[in-house]
Design a protein around this ligand. Structure first.
Ligand SMILES: Cc1cc2nc3c(=O)[nH]c(=O)nc-3n(C[C@H](O)[C@H](O)[C@H](O)COP(=O)(O)OP(=O)(O)OC[C@H]3O[C@@H](n4cnc5c(N)ncnc54)[C@H](O)[C@@H]3O)c2cc1C
Length: 384
């Protein structure tokens, strides 16, 4: 049997890249996953090493030090890294979010200033959520006003992934024109982060999801990203990219849970046979395989839609909705078929389950994704 034929999860994109990232994940990411989760720390070293592999700027144009690859490559990186550690993979998501909004909407000066730094491993966060605004971002409490040829920002953001180590933030704030996006270097005077009462999550633990306090933060005018007042549209466009990559992470989690459960049940003996030999147990695996395959196809269809700019909202929302739910279900069943071992803190299954479930909320909850899909199909029915 060839190596390829033995591969249960053959790559769906850039095979050479996937093989390279798989090797790195096996060597460096997977062995660190338990510790990162248990201690809730940002994996700085691994993120810099991923940058050295070319992963952090994979879709950026070559002029900015990127590899100019299609979005399916970014998704594949997220899937493979997510297989080893969803916490490391979500660290890439916030980097992708920040670079995507600047690449799509930023001025030339902003692009030239910040985009080349991502290939070198710049750590970034994307800060939209506030204590009183999660799903509903039509208005924000964080304010930005123009004063003496500068933008001045005041307010507070919550649940900010990668914020404990970010060197650069994209922050959404309310101006007179509406919600707007800003590029904010960490060293900006008046910007502080702190670990709040609600910064520790049960899953996707890549360091505390910190609060950002903005007190009179002054920014040059060109640090407004795109158009004043168009931040919601820009954020939604950026989320289509990050939701697709997040869906890739969910596939990685599901695959990891599947493989670990398969290996355990192929060895565990009960009633004089391997647990995997019980037909009732095989049915769990059969269904999980089919569901992961279906979700995975949808995720790469969404990546294709992003590259062709065709039907993006439909596939990006659908991919995250389905992939996150499939991952939670597969992780839950993986615990079940492994019996007591499945529930142990030293086994990886609870981490898979916590990470998978958390991704049914972070980056766009399942309900909000269903609303987005409803808006789409109601348009076809001629209903507004
Ligand atoms: C691990 C994690 C990481 C995160 N990282 C970031 C980050 O880096 N940057 C950032 O800006 N934010 C981040 N968030 C915040 C995240 O995007 C929000 O939690 C999410 O958008 C949901 O908002 P909420 O928690 O305020 O829930 P709410 O908006 O209060 O919603 C509560 C419940 O009501 C449902 N609901 C809300 N509106 C509707 C509706 N119209 N119809 C039906 N149901 C609805 C929701 O789906 C949810 O089930 C993160 C969250 C988590 C959990």
């Amino acid at each position: 049997m060839s190596e390829d034929a033995r591969d249960l999860w053959r790559p769906y994109a850039n095979e050479a890249l996937v093989r390279q990232v798989r090797g790195f994940v096996e060597r460096r990411v997977a062995p660190a996953a338990h510790d990162i989760d248990a201690r809730d720390v940002y994996p700085t070293e691994l993120v810099r090493e991923l940058a050295a592999l070319g992963c952090n700027a994979i879709c950026l144009p070559e002029a900015y030090g990127g590899r100019a690859e299609p979005y399916s490559s970014a998704v594949a990186v997220c899937e493979e890294v997510g297989y080893g550690s969803a916490a490391v993979a979500i660290s890439l998501i916030t980097i992708f979010q920040a670079q995507t909004i600047i690449r799509l909407f930023g001025s030339d000066s902003l692009k030239e200033r910040y985009l080349p730094r991502f290939a070198g491993g710049l750590i970034a966060s994307y800060a939209l959520t506030e204590a009183s605004h999660g799903s509903d971002i039509r208005t924000l409490d964080t304010k930005a006003r123009r004063e003496g040829g500068m933008w001045v920002l005041d307010g507070e953001k919550s649940f900010i992934t990668s914020g404990s180590e970010a060197e650069f933030f994209v922050i959404l704030a309310q101006t007179e024109a509406g919600v707007s996006a800003f590029a904010v270097p960490r060293e900006s005077e008046g910007l502080t982060t702190y670990v709040g009462h609600n910064s520790a999550t049960m899953g996707l633990r890549n360091g505390p999801h910190v609060n950002i306090r903005l007190q009179g933060v002054r920014l040059p005018l060109d640090h407004l990203i795109g158009e004043d007042g168009k931040g919601v549209r820009q954020a939604v466009t950026t989320l289509d990219y990050s939701r697709t990559a997040a869906a890739g992470i969910s596939i990685g989690i599901a695959r990891a849970a599947y493989d670990a459960a398969l290996a355990f049940t192929a060895n565990r003996v009960a009633f004089d046979q391997k647990v995997i030999q019980f037909q009732g147990i095989q049915w769990y695996f059969a269904e999980a395989l089919a569901r992961i395959d279906a979700a995975r196809l949808l995720v790469y269809r969404a990546a294709e839609a992003l590259d062709s700019h065709d039907d993006v909202m439909r596939y990006a929302s659908g991919a995250k909705l389905i992939a996150a739910e499939v991952a939670t279900d597969v992780a839950s069943k993986a615990i079940q078929v492994c019996g007591a071992y499945g529930t142990m803190v030293n086994a990886p299954f609870s981490r898979y389950f916590r990470d998978a479930k958390t991704y049914e909320i972070g980056g766009g909850s399942s309900e909000v994704l269903k609303n987005t899909l409803a808006k789409y199909f109601l348009g076809f029915a001629g209903v507004r």
